[in-house]
Design a protein around this ligand. Structure first.
Ligand SMILES: [Zn+2]
Length: 331
């Protein structure tokens, strides 16, 4: 069964035979078409959204095909394959559709120059799938996705290796580094640079590398040009080194102030993380929540707040903007 979802990227896609839009369609086995039309309801809107965000859609059309793949989805250029079973059993997530759609730009039109830089495909697809949900379903959807990704990174042995990883077994690269940690690299760059510079960098990077190859250094250069900042340290820390900060927070009274100490307690095989802003929410006994924060600069940072009674809880990074693990909460 073939179904039309809609036209997309009108005026911003290579001209198809019947016009200047890219047709978005589904191709399903008999009996699976109705579910497909409902599940892929926003598939044309996704193409429009990403065309606006990244630049012109790179192909003449986009077909979503119920097919066989050993993965959840396979991002063939202009004809994405989805696992037969999950479609037939009507348990596909919309996230996989957004993920594979992002790959048309990042992964297909811009291909990683080396397998070791796979995150410039999978990390982009992971992050910008969440950015679509943020735009359409609200900020909470992005925070949820980032929290899921953060838990995956925290729980993974792959975190002992860097994201840019010259390992010999290529299937080993289909891991939490290439996917959620790669997505987190983009999320933290966005926080660091602000939306205008970040999305400007993404558009420039796409324009420069569409129908070509790129690696981590190309991403760095695009981010540096858009932000006017030197970012070698950022990529050294997050892409070329393993790990993430494990943060232990303690609160100690000192006169009429309270000293909130944040220690980085990850092993010495992982770097000391710097240049990242950490939001700190202090909940006082009265129930009042006070938003403070500090820059991570060393293995031990602190901030001082005027004491307002007992502290109930200290929550690090309530808005989910830093890839870190809070290993102990005080008091
Ligand atoms: Zn992917």
């Amino acid at each position: 069964e073939r179904g039309t979802i809609g036209d997309a990227a009108c005026g911003n896609a290579p001209a198809a035979a019947d016009g200047e839009c890219a047709e978005v369609s589904i191709w399903a086995l008999p009996g699976s078409g109705a579910y497909g039309k409902q599940r892929f309801e926003r598939a044309a809107d996704m193409v429009d959204f990403y065309t606006e965000l990244f630049g012109p859609y790179p192909y003449e059309k986009l077909a979503h095909v119920q097919s066989s793949t050993r993965f959840g989805g396979m991002e063939n250029s202009s004809a994405i394959f989805y696992a037969m079973g999950s479609w037939a059993e009507e348990r596909m997530s919309e996230g996989v559709i957004a993920h594979e759609t992002v790959h048309q730009w990042f992964g297909d039109a811009v291909t990683p120059a080396e397998w070791s830089h796979l995150w410039v495909s999978e990390g982009f697809a992971t992050y910008f799938a969440a950015v679509y949900m943020e735009a359409r379903d609200g900020e909470g959807a992005l925070r949820q996705a980032m929290e899921r990704g953060r838990q995956a990174v925290i729980g993974s042995d792959a975190s002992n290796r860097p994201v840019v990883d010259e390992r010999p077994d290529l299937f080993g690269l289909l891991n939490s580094n290439s996917y959620p940690k790669g997505g987190w690299i983009l999320h933290m760059l966005r926080t660091l640079m602000g939306d205008d510079a970040f999305f400007g960098a993404i558009r420039a990077y796409y324009a420069d590398h569409a129908n070509g190859v790129a690696d981590t250094e190309d991403v760095r250069r695009a981010m540096e040009e858009a932000s006017g900042r030197e970012l070698g340290w950022f990529f050294e820390q997050w892409a070329y080194s393993p790990g993430f900060p494990k943060l232990e927070v303690t609160a100690t009274p000192d006169g009429d102030e309270t000293v909130i100490s944040v220690e980085q307690v990850q092993s010495d095989d992982w770097p000391t993380f710097r240049g990242a802003w950490l939001d700190v929410d202090v909940t006082w006994g009265s129930g009042e929540v006070e938003r403070r924060g500090l820059w991570l600069t060393s293995r031990s940072d602190e901030l001082r707040v005027p004491t307002q009674g007992e502290i109930q809880t200290i929550t690090l990074d309530p808005d989910v903007r830093l890839l870190m693990e809070q290993v102990k909460n005080a008091p």
